[in-house]
Write a new protein. Structure first.
Length: 157
């Protein structure tokens, strides 16, 4: 007596594998970059703000005059007066400014004097009442803090 073996086919067909690969490719091309872009955008924004603040200090020292850091609802700008009627221009002949998202805690305006020291807008004379200033940038669960130190004006994260 002979027994016939029953053949059971297991696995996926080639068409099923191709469909899965196409779906994975679409997800990798469109969805994954959007999930990981915001933390990098927040870091980039923090780097731009930090660079703008350092640039303000360098311009104040180089031109031996006050440079004001003015924040408003749309961003931050560098100016030669507190009313921001004389905007600092970069070497590329563009205004020295940066756009900020609405959730940025920029705080109050201040200025760097000709020695690069930070001062509050209300300060007059050689003494500064400037306290350590912290700008907080948030996005996609990531928080970056930019600190301006009193006396020296050192800008760091």
């Amino acid at each position: 007596m002979r027994f016939k073996r029953r053949v059971v086919e297991q696995g996926f067909t080639l068409a099923e594998l191709v469909v899965v690969l196409v779906i994975v490719g679409i997800l990798a091309a469109f969805v994954v970059p959007r999930l990981s872009r915001d933390p990098f955008a927040t870091r980039s924004m923090a780097d731009q703000v930090q660079s703008m603040l350092r640039y303000a200090q360098k311009i104040a020292i180089a031109q031996h005059r006050n440079v004001y850091v003015v924040f408003n609802s749309s961003g931050g700008s560098l100016c030669f007066d507190s009313a921001c009627s004389a905007i600092v221009v970069t070497s590329a002949n563009e205004p020295a400014s940066v756009g900020l998202p609405s959730d940025v805690n920029a705080g109050t305006d201040f200025y760097f004097n000709a020695l690069g020291q930070p001062f509050n807008l209300t300060d007059t004379g050689p003494n500064s009442s400037f306290q350590q200033k912290t700008l907080t940038l948030q996005g996609s669960g990531v928080t970056w803090k930019i600190v301006v130190e009193p006396d020296t004006g050192y800008v760091h994260q």
